[in-house]
Write a protein that binds this ligand. Sequence first.
Ligand SMILES: NC(=O)c1ccc[n+]([C@@H]2O[C@H](COP(=O)([O-])OP(=O)(O)OC[C@H]3O[C@@H](n4cnc5c(N)ncnc54)[C@H](O)[C@@H]3O)[C@@H](O)[C@H]2O)c1
Length: 366
Amino acid sequence: MAESIVKYGIIGVGMMGREHLINLYHLRTEGAVVVAIADPHLPSQQLALHLSHSFSWPLRVFSDHHELLESGLCDVLVVSTPNMTHHRILMDIINHPRPHHVLVEKPLCTTVAHCKEVIHAARKRPDILVQVGLEYRYMPPVAKLIEIVKGGSIGHVRMVAIREHRFPFLVKVNDWNRFNVNSGGTLVEKCCHFFDLMRLFAGANPVRVMASGAIDVNHKDEIYDGKVPDIIDNAYTIVEFDNGSRGMLDLCMFAEGSKNEQEISVVGEVGKGEAFVPENVVRFGTREAGRDGVQTLKAEDHRIKYDGLHHGSSYLEHLNLLGAIRTKGEKAPPVDLQDGLISVAIGVAAQLSIEYGRFVTIQEVM
Ligand SMILES: NC(=O)c1ccc[n+]([C@@H]2O[C@H](COP(=O)([O-])OP(=O)(O)OC[C@H]3O[C@@H](n4cnc5c(N)ncnc54)[C@H](O)[C@@H]3O)[C@@H](O)[C@H]2O)c1
């Protein structure tokens, strides 16, 4: 049994908030307990309550994050509300006299300016740990590929290609994800995950971004308050890094007929590594050993007690944050606010590149 209980509150208990609730239940033997939620939407509250009853966890229910902050019940707050609300909620948490550690869902905020405001405010609160939910880093095949690349087996990384071919955006509470103004745009909203990975594999920061994309297939027959959704459903994005590496994202959201949802390829001067999700397969080989020398591994992480919607990555991100909290920040949260900011900045530059029809520099958006 863990030495002390860490009390969590979840702000926003829609699909992802309830996913956090279930993950934290699987971390109960590590000392995690969810004691409160805040959400104005009655059906979301009821679904979360139903879950917590089945866990025998009594929950205080608030309709607003201010009430939850004032309650003083929690040590850690999970922010899993719609993207456009992250900025206001984070500022209120960080500026509150009582310290609360935070796990904020991606994207950190929908604009670079808002991300920077949060970073500025957080600098004044060294008593608060903030981790950003860029959880793809923890998916076992991705984590294994990171280990191979960082171990030097493929040499200096030159190219990172990420393909996400999947199903369309799901229906969300009040349809917030149908419009760029709420989500930040597809290349911010969901692709911040992949820009974060590219930057991690490249071991460098982005310099400029070129993208081509459109809304070609999905959501064109939907209307909300008289408006048709404006979120793109496919794009190619090229990112150039300051060490000469380049990345490419191939996103398609009408590709249900795919074996894998994500395919990642990292090529260095010595060799190449690949990761496939959800097949959980990793391959790597060298130029010298050629095709016959390519090794195939099955990626697993035996620490994972709940796979959930994201192949165990939500479980591991919570485990990491809990570790950082228990060491009082000596083990800094592995995905920090700067990672959150840069992943959003690349997405914003990519969205603008589509609009302008040219390369957009990171300097322009920063
Ligand atoms: N890590 C991932 O891969 C991943 C996957 C899905 C969603 N997400 C992120 O999780 C967040 C939530 O997405 P979702 O899919 O759960 O959406 P959702 O629409 O299912 O749920 C959002 C919930 O937040 C509530 N809410 C809205 N405004 C609020 C406020 N001011 N205070 C408290 N609650 C509020 C809504 O009533 C709703 O219940 C988003 O930021 C999204 O990008 C991340």
